[in-house]
Design a protein around this ligand. Sequence first.
Ligand SMILES: [Zn+2]
Length: 460
Amino acid sequence: MSYLVFARKWRPQTFDEVMSQDHVTITLKNAIDTGRIGHAYLMTGPRGVGKTTTARIFAKALNCENGPTSKPCQTCDSCRSITAGNHIDVMEIDGASNRGIDQIRDLREKARYATVSARYKIYIIDEVHMLTNEAFNALLKTLEEPPESVIFIFATTQPRKVPDTILSRCQRFDFRRIPVSDMSEYLKREALKEEITLDSTALSLVCRASGGSMRDALSLMDQLVSFSGNDIKGEEVAKLLGMVETDLLANITSGMLAGNTSEAIDQVSSALAEGYSVDELLDALIIFLRNFLLTVTGASNSLSDVPESERRLLLEMSEGLPDVAVLNILRILSGAAIEVRRSSLPRVTLETAIMTASKLSRVFSISDLPPVAKRFIEKREKTEQVTSPEKEISAIEAEPSPAEKHQLKEEIAEKNEADEATADITEDKDLKQKNTADDEIDEEKEKKTSQEVLGLFDAV
Ligand SMILES: [Zn+2]
């Protein structure tokens, strides 16, 4: 048997095998089972998430000799030839290489003829956004008065480039990126069938590198099997991809947060010695810090694509840490990422940024102060009036619960809105003067509090 790449070997053949796109497949299955078949469909979404595959399964379901059925038999001539890609009434056209008016005119001519053997004549046009305006106009005429048994299925990664006149005649299905958890489970299962084993780091790295595209993940699997045989380890994946390992990123970050400049710089040096470029290391650090910041702020919904092992690590690291500290480092490194691309000495730029971040990770301005920290200070001020050193420490350590944080944020948002509303309604001069006076007092107070905060976090 000839060698088949995983992307082809593991290609889903039924609606139920299409991964993480239930919102699409369920609708299509229902449409077939209830006989509500349209003339034009548009499949949109990132590359490698199942658009064309679903289009082929849909074609199979419509033309199965035992159908139309949402569960095509896979064994009749029609099913088998669609699987093999040589069904005479199911045409797959690449929009990028057939983008001109002549090709679409030709398609229109042929669409008029009855089907050769099947129930429907189906045109699957991939990358349809590549068609020229004239080609779209020609296509539109066919869509306005489609021949009885013709069905168009368009696929595109860029629906915005498809004219509204075409869009409005299609049933649209938006495909999503495949979540890391689904992809990871699938790869592990399918790999086992082929007697390929991947350790958990390898699995995470493959999923992350794929960016939610199953096709990319499978191509990578092909490459990995050629590179390291049937036993795939995390370090090998990292090497092949030029990826920086999570532990290394965590060590650099911890060094910066602890204000341990030499530790952070040493870790950077060893990463560069391993062959990572300054750009690669900096980009990886920025993404790591972004995930870290989201963890610290509790926005864990945005971390669904981050591997479980990394999420656990971030959660451990985030304990008791003010989000401003991470935010400061992230800002400094993001600035460095722009500078590095212009610099003739990128390594120096990176090292300077790491040093600055180590020094400044605990310093921030009062305007950046999160509500949580404001609350620390208020509590501190209150306890100071009671004047008991033990109580002071316990007040500083009394971290508000996530629910309290949330409520606090809402209160502040409400207050801001209310303030704006008041400012809009009133033009009263006296009030304006009062506000100015208040502002001055606030500023005074802020200066005082700012110094206290710095002292507070230095002391931590
Ligand atoms: Zn069949």
